[in-house]
Design a protein around this ligand. Structure first.
Ligand code: TYM
Length: 331
């Protein structure tokens, strides 16, 4: 049987190259031989404050980004989470088999709540909704970047708890983590690339070319160029982006050549940065071109509606079974 894969992305702001290299390009390649369900998780997005108008536009925009990155709505179910309310229903049931202390341990919760005056209960139970997303489709594979692995592991635990209490029903999903699972910020290579860290910390897939150039140009490196020196985090991150781009372009020679120069202490970082920029733009240009064409075609609403209809068929069927197992009213 073909393995079912599920993954999600928050429609907060723009898609960055960490999302792309860490997750989305894997989402695209998994379509070749898996049954894929991909979701724009707007319920998750409201765990922190976001203007409703901005959110709606961002969900639509994320759908365009994903299709431009190669998510194919003909083969794959692509939809918005809130169009399938069964996600929240299953999340409630899962909340009743999830330990409070399991949630309190989540690294993302600790990071996102640190120093905040108001922390919503939604942010705390965020991983429960994530488990519901995955398991509502009884998916067994979850392509994600490294920062989401802990949440997928919690989903396994939740599946086990549900099965032990109500009977065997859910599989234990496995994270699928590829190369590029942790792209770091260019401005501060000690932290991961993210939208929340601020403008300087990420490169948007659709960002203005000049702006990308200037961000790469000002990426943090180091001053030492001695032969045999250990690579600093910033330089290693630039090489990582170069390797990932070269991998997609099918030509890793630029990275290999520059690595040799680094080892002999001769590498000029300005050359490294220009090469990173050129290779990255070669990866991004066709995506941006497709995005422009799609935007003009105006078909994204239909794609999302159709995706939600398909997702709902699976969701309804599984929820009927879950309700029955948990002793809840069968509708
Ligand atoms: P989100 O929206 O923060 O990120 C989407 C995907 O991008 C990956 N990612 C990265 N990969 C490499 N380097 C980085 N710097 C980087 N930053 C982000 C993330 O690991 C993720 O795979 N909670 C999830 C969304 C979600 C979900 C789900 C995922 C909701 N339900 C069910 C999988 C299954 C999130 O906030 O991802």
């Amino acid at each position: 049987m073909v393995q079912r894969v599920f993954s999600g992305i928050q429609p907060t702001g723009t898609l960055h190259i960490g999302n792309y290299f860490g997750a989305i390009r894997n989402w695209a390649s998994l379509q070749e031989d898996h049954d894929c369900v991909y979701c724009i998780v707007d319920y998750h997005a409201i765990t922190t404050e976001i203007d409703p108008k901005v959110l709606r536009a961002a969900s639509r925009s994320m759908a365009l980004d994903l299709i431009a990155c190669g998510i194919d709505p003909q083969r794959t179910i692509l939809f918005t989470q809130s169009a399938v309310p069964e996600h929240t229903e299953l999340a409630w049931i899962f909340g009743c088999v999830t330990g409070y202390s399991d949630l309190a341990r989540m690294t993302q919760f600790k990071n996102k709540s640190a120093g905040k005056k108001f922390v919503s209960a939604g942010l705390f139970i965020y991983p429960v909704l994530q488990a519901a997303d995955i398991l509502l489709y009884r998916a067994t594979g979850v392509p994600v970047g490294e920062d989401q692995v802990q949440h997928v592991e919690l989903s396994r635990r939740i599946a086990r708890r549900f099965n032990a209490r109500f009977g065997e029903f859910f599989p234990e999903p496995e994270p699928i983590v590829g190369k590029g699972a942790r792209v770091m910020s260019l401005a501060d290579p000690a932290i991961k690339m993210s939208k929340t860290a601020g403008e300087a910390h990420y490169i948007g897939v659709m960002e203005d070319e000049r702006s990308i150039h200037s961000k790469i140009r000002s990426a943090v490196t180091d001053t030492g160029l001695k032969p045999g020196a250990t690579m600093s985090l910033g330089v290693a991150n630039l090489f990582e982006v170069l390797d990932l781009s070269g991998g997609l372009l099918g030509d890793r020679s630029a990275a290999a050549e520059l690595r040799t120069e680094f080892e002999s202490g001769k590498l000029m970082y300005s050359r490294l940065k220009d090469t990173v920029f050129e290779n990255l733009m070669e990866v991004l240009r066709p995506i941006r071109q497709r995005r422009r064409e799609l935007e003009a075609s105006g078909i994204v609403e239909d794609i999302l509606r159709e995706g939600a209809n398909k997702a709902r068929v699976i969701a309804r069927e599984n929820m009927t079974k879950v309700r029955e197992m948990a002793g809840l009213v069968i509708r």
